[in-house]
Ligand binder design. Structure first.
Ligand code: URA
Length: 243
C-alpha cells in the first residue's frame, strides 16, 4: 500500500477535511503507532499504521475489491434473500469485505457477474449513459427465423418501452432449438427472456459470457477471480470515471 500524507489519510477516513486534519495534527491530537505527530507532510501507510485522533483509532480507508464471479443457476444476485435462497454472497464467503453485485442476473441465469465495494465504479457501470455491453448466449426454442431476430436487431416493444438495437447472431441451429448470441447495451429486468418472448420464442437457458469486455475465461462455474489492476483501470477508462 502506498504511503500518503497524514492529513490525506485522515480526510479519506472521514475524520475531517484536509485543512481541519492539518490543524488537528499541529494541535498534537494525532498519533501514529502511539507516537504524537506534530509536523505536517509526513507520510504513512494508512492500512498498516495505527492512527488515532484524541486517542481513538480511526477506521482504515476501505480497500476496494473487484470480483468476477461465474454464477451458477440457482443463486439470487442480491445480498440477502427473504426466502432464504442461496445468494451470490455464498459464493464469495472467503472475501472479508462487504461487496455487492454490479447489477443482477436472474436466479436461473448463469454466468459473469462483477461484485465490488467500489460504489463509484458500480454506479458508472450500471448507468445508462455508459451503455455497458453485456453479451449473452441463449438456448432458444421456437421458430428462430432471421426475420424474427431482425426485430431484436431493430428494437422490440416491451411493457417498459422499446428496446435499443441488439446485436444478434445464431451460433448453432437444430430442429427445435437454436443457440443465439445476443449483445445488449441496456440492463432491464429479465430483458433477454422478455425480448425473445416478444418474438414468440422461449429462452430455455441463458448465460452471460461477457460484461464490459471482460469474459469468463479460466473461471469455472461457481468460482471467482479478482480483477487485475489493469482491468480495474480499463473499467475506469471505459466509464470515464475517476478513481
Ligand atoms: N436478461 C434476462 O432475461 N435475464 C438475466 O438474468 C439477464 C438478462
Amino acid at each position: 500500500m502506498a504511503e500518503e500524507r497524514l492529513q490525506k489519510i485522515l480526510s479519506k477516513a472521514g475524520v475531517a477535511s484536509r485543512r481541519t486534519a492539518e490543524a488537528m495534527i499541529l494541535a498534537g491530537r494525532v498519533t501514529v503507532n502511539g507516537e504524537k505527530i506534530l509536523t505536517l507532510g509526513q507520510k504513512f501507510d494508512g492500512i498498516t499504521c495505527k492512527i488515532a485522533v484524541d486517542g481513538r483509532p480511526i477506521s482504515a480507508p476501505e480497500k476496494h475489491i473487484y470480483v468476477l464471479l461465474n454464477k451458477p443457476k440457482g443463486y439470487v444476485s442480491t445480498v440477502k434473500d427473504e426466502r432464504g435462497r442461496p445468494t451470490v454472497l455464498d459464493l464469495v464467503k472467503d472475501i472479508a469485505a462487504r461487496i455487492y453485485p454490479v447489477g443482477r442476473l436472474d436466479r436461473n441465469t448463469e454466468g459473469l457477474i462483477l461484485m465490488t465495494n467500489d460504489g463509484a465504479l458500480m454506479n458508472a457501470l450500471l448507468h445508462p449513459k455508459y451503455a455497458t455491453e453485456k453479451k449473452y448466449v441463449a438456448k432458444v426454442s421456437g421458430d428462430v427465423r432471421e426475420e424474427r431476430l431482425d426485430k431484436l436487431r431493430i428494437g422490440v416493444s416491451l411493457e417498459d418501452g422499446i428496446t435499443t438495437p441488439a446485436k444478434v447472431r445464431v451460433l448453432e441451429r437444430e430442429a427445435e432449438e437454436a443457440r443465439v448470441e445476443i449483445i445488449l447495451r441496456e440492463g432491464r429486468n429479465r430483458q433477454v427472456r422478455r425480448m425473445f418472448a416478444a418474438i414468440g420464442c422461449d429462452v430455455v437457458s441463458l448465460k452471460r459470457v461477457e460484461f464490459a469486455g471482460l469474459n469468463l475465461q479460466g473461471v469455472k462455474r461457481g468460482q471467482y477471480r479478482l480483477l487485475t489492476k489493469e482491468e480495474v483501470a480499463y473499467l475506469y477508462r471505459l466509464t470515464g470515471t475517476r478513481a
